[in-house]
Design a protein around this ligand. Structure first.
Ligand SMILES: [Zn+2]
Length: 125
């Protein structure tokens, strides 16, 4: 039971890491701060609320669009979040808590590095 709770927590953390990866992939190529301003819609400037910030589910609830102006969010964000969450989930399921958490964290880091590198490479072109 405790194992299940810790696993769920680790997957939730992995999903949030995915969320941060998206932020970094979006802002680093523009040389913007990762801390400020708070996450907002690129199109209308609305600061994102709690629902917008839930990984994957927020995207589904908003149907991939900004709730205010309807601008498309793009499928890349929930994909990266889901990849991070799934990496952790699969690692935990295959290796158990201790080793799974380690491998899962490594996999999340790889996904994050790949997403940010891709985004930087795209911006350089
Ligand atoms: Zn908007």
């Amino acid at each position: 039971m405790i194992t299940l709770a810790v696993s769920a927590y680790l997957v939730a953390v992995a999903l949030m890491m995915g969320s941060f990866v998206n932020l970094a992939a979006d802002r680093l190529p523009r040389r913007e701060s990762l801390v400020r301003p708070r996450s907002h819609c690129r199109s209308c400037g609305r600061v994102l609320d709690v629902i917008d910030l839930i990984p994957v589910a927020g995207y589904l609830v908003r149907r991939g669009r900004c709730a205010t102006c309807g601008a498309s969010i793009g499928a890349g964000s929930p994909t990266v979040e889901a990849l991070c969450g799934a990496s952790m989930l699969i690692a935990l399921a295959m290796l158990g808590l201790a080793r799974g958490a380690l491998l899962g964290a490594a996999a999340v880091a790889v996904v994050g590095l790949a997403a940010v590198s891709l985004s930087l490479a795209r911006a350089r072109r």
